[in-house]
Design a protein around this ligand. Structure first.
Ligand code: NCD
Length: 358
């Protein structure tokens, strides 16, 4: 039995299989309408969501399955102080698969170690969002006809934007990829993505602040929202919130077949005028998310049927004498969870949130 916590949990071949299944589901939905009969998906959402939760629920319903869950922490026993691990153990008795979104980085990983059913990370704090990446991969594949040989611009909040972190991890495994990282210097990509993924794999990238200057060279422009809820300083958010706005005028300088993606929700970083441009792929992306989540649920439930034993995490290199000081890490709040770190590219990093430890 496997969970999906990081997009790197799946090989490139497995991602290609998921894309092929999603395409088949899109073309022949009737073939799949009983595929998950008598199976139940639990959506445990401790943070707001529209697309991710509803597309998971639509996915399971269209597979003939059932859904249960909650959409805010306040309506679950988390409000009484229940741990993520205890919640996951409990829900394992009521459902066959869990999709969890949580503000603490590493929470779905902790849940996956306690649950006896597969757990899907539906977004953990500012860390990762692998199922958005599944939607992004299908979108890039459909819009461009390939996943290699692309110049990908990522624009906006690269620091807290978890979708960006997972997408970079995924795209770094295809050939001929170059990234243009467009952000204010305060919202640069975190060092664990830069060092462990881009530098470690030798992927070419540039860091720039101007969207106008970057746009003509891009095949994909991935816009993101400045993540207000992750800022410790409200004044800093106010100063940075309007850093980038994609307008119809800026689109005039882009390639004729560039695709604009955005995980949504948008605040004001894409003018609604751009929606009319055929290159605006972000609403098609939301539909692709449902197809990929259907393919994912099918895959994980099939694997769980073949083997109900949880795949063990390799803890050989873990050390327990370091301290994670990231206030947003699950290790700060979860009862009796050991702080653990691992040496990656010469730096000790927390195994839950990947931040440097001391
Ligand atoms: C994203 C998220 O939750 O990280 N939304 C989504 O899942 N489609 C992006 C965002 O909230 O800005």
């Amino acid at each position: 039995m496997r969970s999906l916590i990081s997009i790197l949990d799946f090989s490139v071949e497995e991602l290609a299989d998921l894309i092929a299944t999603a395409e088949d589901i899109a073309a022949n939905p009737e073939k799949y309408q009983e595929a998950c009969r008598h199976k139940t998906l639990a959506t445990l959402f401790f943070e707001p969501s529209t697309r991710t939760r509803l597309s998971f629920e639509a996915a399971m319903l269209e597979l003939g399955g059932n859904v249960l869950g909650f959409s805010e922490a306040g309506s679950s026993s988390a409000a009484k102080g229940e741990s993520v691990a205890d919640t996951a153990k409990t829900v394992s008795n009521y459902a066959n698969i869990i999709a969890m979104r949580h503000p603490k980085e590493g929470a779905p990983f902790v849940a996956s170690q306690a649950a006896t059913i597969p757990v899907i990370n539906a977004g953990d704090g500012g860390h990762q969002h692998p199922t958005q990446t599944l939607a992004d991969l299908l979108t890039i594949h459909r819009e461009m006809g390939r996943l290699n040989d692309l110049v990908i611009g990522l624009c906006g909040d690269l620091k807290y934007g978890r979708t960006v972190h997972s997408l970079i991890e995924a795209m770094s495994r295809y050939s001929g990829i170059r990234f243009v990282l467009i952000s204010p210097k305060e919202l640069r990509l975190p060092d664990y993505v830069r060092c462990n993924v881009l530098d470690a794999e030798g992927i070419p990238y540039t860091e720039v602040t101007s969207l106008e200057e970057a746009i003509p060279q891009l095949d994909i422009l991935y816009m993101t929202r400045i993540q207000r809820e992750r800022f410790d300083d409200a004044a800093e958010y106010e100063r940075l919130k309007d850093s980038y706005v994609l307008t119809a005028q800026k689109m005039e300088h882009a390639k004729k077949n560039m695709a604009v993606l955005h995980p949504l929700p948008r605040v004001n970083e894409i003018s609604v005028k751009v929606d009319e441009d055929p290159r605006a792929a972000y609403f098609r992306q939301t539909l692709n998310g449902k197809f990929m989540r259907m393919a994912l649920i099918l895959k994980l439930l099939e694997e769980a049927k073949q083997n109900s034993i949880r795949e063990a995490v390799d803890t050989d290199g873990w050390v327990y004498d370091k301290v994670c000081t990231n206030a947003k890490c699950i290790c700060q709040t979860e009862q009796e969870l050991p702080m653990a770190a691992e040496l990656i590219e010469g730096v000790y990093r927390c195994v839950y949130c990947e931040k440097k430890v001391q």
